[in-house]
Structures are given as structure tokens and as C-alpha cells.
Design a protein around this ligand. Structure first.
Ligand SMILES: NC(=O)c1ccc[n+]([C@@H]2O[C@H](COP(=O)([O-])OP(=O)(O)OC[C@H]3O[C@@H](n4cnc5c(N)ncnc54)[C@H](OP(=O)(O)O)[C@@H]3O)[C@@H](O)[C@H]2O)c1
Length: 287
């Protein structure tokens, strides 16, 4: 059953067209190098149109894995494929695990607070997720490899890629949690003071400090760096011919790099350059 005729799930022609357009996403990100306006997170602005941060992240980031899972369900039926090989499900599983964490667990259960975002950011991120979900979903659900032999022939790369993916995900989670701890600690401090002096407990929204643990001692966006490692490992699982994996990694890197450099400028303004003790934005010793 098609949800959107020809697109969900995609016909081969539409999927190939979408994949070729999707490669040009980095061109859009050139705008991030010249415009500093990015109304989300640290650089969020006040507006009556803003979307709550937690709801925004949960809804925009869920789109990719929902689209992927739907295509994995519907496309093989349309193409008459009985069963997809385990390698396809491994890649799909990694993607779903990451986004269950990013879209559900992290914003709705773990993060103490998240800044509101502009609907424009939400629309861009939602569109990114849908395009990415169709690109990857089409490949994994029938237009890419469909035999067990394909995966058996590259089991070493699959294993190494899986290990890199796993370390990247754990690193991303570890550094995300280091940021959470800043607000949890601020909240604990406020609770103690409230107990001692009867003072009202304030919100920890927009409480920022310089993160220092793990790779944060070298770069201010260690969680981004780990996410790059994660998706590089994931692309390796799929192999050189897994072009939607390559497009995803490149598209993420091209949007996250200018965001990290902007984040570094923000830290410099807020805390002063000397407090950063030579930390780079995202690549240790380099950028
Ligand atoms: N941004 C992107 O383009 C992008 C793309 C793909 C994947 N991701 C992934 O999505 C995750 C979140 O990305 P993001 O851009 O929202 O990261 P972020 O700006 O570093 O924010 C992550 C969370 O930590 C809080 N936070 C950030 N810096 C803090 C500090 N110095 N002190 C205390 N709390 C701080 C934020 O609160 P506030 O919301 O209140 O600032 C937010 O809740 C990351 O793991 C990243 O790898 C991001």
C-alpha cells in the first residue's frame, strides 16, 4: 500500500532522481557559512512562532526512521522480494537505534531542557529526514543488494564498520550526557540552595558552561565529531557502493561543520577566548 503514490515507497525512477538531487544538499549548506542566523539551541531567538525544543526534536528527527521502516515494509512487497538479507536489516537496525535515541529517548526522557526552535529549522530538519529516509530506505528495501551472498562476501568490512559505528554512537551518547550533566548539576545546586534558604528553584533553561570531559578537552563539539565517526562506520558496513550512506555522511558533515564553527564563536563571545584554552570547534588540533 502506497502512502504517497510513487514516493512512499518510491518507484525506482523516483528513487534514483531523489538520490541524484540529494547529493547536492551541501550546496544549500553554503548559506550557513555566510549567514549567522540559526534560531535553535544556543543561538535560539525569541519568537511567538517558536516550537518547544523537546517536541521539535522528537517530531523532526523521528521522520527519517519512520520513513525508512515503512519503505522496508512496503517496497519488498511491491517488488516481489520475499525476504531482505540480514545485512540490509543490520544497516536499518543501526539507523533506527540511533534515531530512537536521538528523537525519543534523548529529548523526551534524558535532556533536562532544550531551547525552543524556529519553525524554519524544524521544516529544514524534517525535510532532511524525509529525503534521507527515502534515499536509504530505497537502497535497503530493494534497489540495493538483495542477496545474502552480497553480505557474506564482505563480512570483515561489515564487522569493522559495526565496531566503528558502535564506538561512534557510544561516544556521541557519552558527550551528549556530559552536556546534560551541566544542567543536572545546576539543578542540584539550586535544590540545595532552595532547601537551605527557602529560595525558589529557578529553571535551568539556557544554563551553559564549557564542557570539559572526554574529547571536550580538545573540541567544543565532541558529540558532533563522534556522530561523524558513527556514520563513517555505518557507511563502511554498507561498502563503497552504498551511496545513500555516503550521501548521508557528507550531508551531515557539511551542515554540522559550519554549525560547530558558529558554536565556537558563540563560546568565545560568552566565555572569552582564553577560557577555551585552545579548544577547537570539532576537529582536534585543526578546526
Ligand atoms: N545541529 C545539527 O546540525 C545536527 C545534525 C545532525 C546531528 N546532530 C546531533 O544532534 C545532537 C544535538 O545537536 P545540537 O546541535 O542541538 O547540539 P547542542 O547545541 O550541543 O545541544 C545539545 C543539548 O545540550 C545542551 N547544551 C549545548 N551546549 C551546552 C553547554 N555548553 N552547557 C550546557 N548545555 C548545553 C543544549 O541545550 P539548548 O538546546 O538549550 O542549547 C541541548 O539540550 C548532537 O549529538 C549532534 O551530534 C546535530
Amino acid at each position: 500500500m502506497a502512502i504517497v503514490q510513487g514516493w512512499l515507497p518510491p518507484t525506482r525512477e523516483n528513487w534514483e532522481f531523489l538520490c541524484s538531487v540529494w547529493q547536492y544538499f551541501p550546496v544549500i549548506t553554503l548559506g550557513q557559512w555566510v549567514v549567522d542566523w540559526y534560531p535553535q539551541g544556543k543561538t535560539s531567538t525569541e519568537s511567538r512562532w517558536n516550537i518547544d525544543g523537546k517536541i521539535g526534536w522528537a517530531t523532526m528527527e523521528s521522520a527519517g526512521f519512520v520513513v525508512l521502516l515503512y519503505i522496508m515494509y512496503a517496497l519488498p512487497r511491491e517488488l516481489g522480494i520475499g525476504e531482505l538479507p540480514w545485512g540490509n536489516w543490520t544497516l536499518a537496525g543501526c539507523f533506527v537505534i540511533h534515531y530512537m535515541y536521538r528523537a525519543i529517548v534523548s529529548p523526551l526522557f534524558l535532556n533536562p531542557s532544550m531551547s525552543p526552535m524556529s519553525p524554519l529549522v524544524w521544516i529544514m530538519a524534517f525535510a532532511f529526514q524525509v529525503m534521507n529516509g527515502i534515499s536509504i530506505g530505497g537502497y535497503l528495501a530493494g534497489y540495493g543488494p538483495t542477496t545474502q551472498d552480497h553480505w557474506a562476501a564482505r563480512s570483515e568490512y561489515l564487522f569493522i564498520g559495526l565496531v566503528i559505528w558502535c564506538w561512534g554512537l557510544l561516544g556521541n551518547m557519552f558527550h551528549d550526557d556530559d552536556l546534560r550533566e551541566i544542567r543536572r548539576a545546576a539543578n542540584r545546586k539550586q535544590q540545595r540552595e532552595a532547601k537551605a534558604s527557602g529560595k525558589r528553584v529557578e529553571s535551568v533553561d539556557k544554563v551553559y558552561m564549557i564542557p570539559k570531559n572526554g574529547l571536550f578537552s580538545y573540541v567544543l563539539h565532541a558529540h558532533y565529531l563522534c556522530e561523524w565517526v558513527e556514520w563513517a562506520g555505518w557507511w563502511m558496513i554498507g561498502g563503497w557502493g552504498f551511496h545513500p550512506g555516503r550521501a548521508f555522511l557528507i550531508n551531515e558533515m557539511t551542515t554540522m561543520l559550519p554549525r560547530a564553527l558558529q558554536g565556537k564563536r558563540w563560546y568565545e563571545q560568552k566565555f572569552g577566548k582564553e577560557k577555551l584554552e585552545g579548544r577547537k570547534a570539532i576537529i582536534p588540533g585543526l578546526l
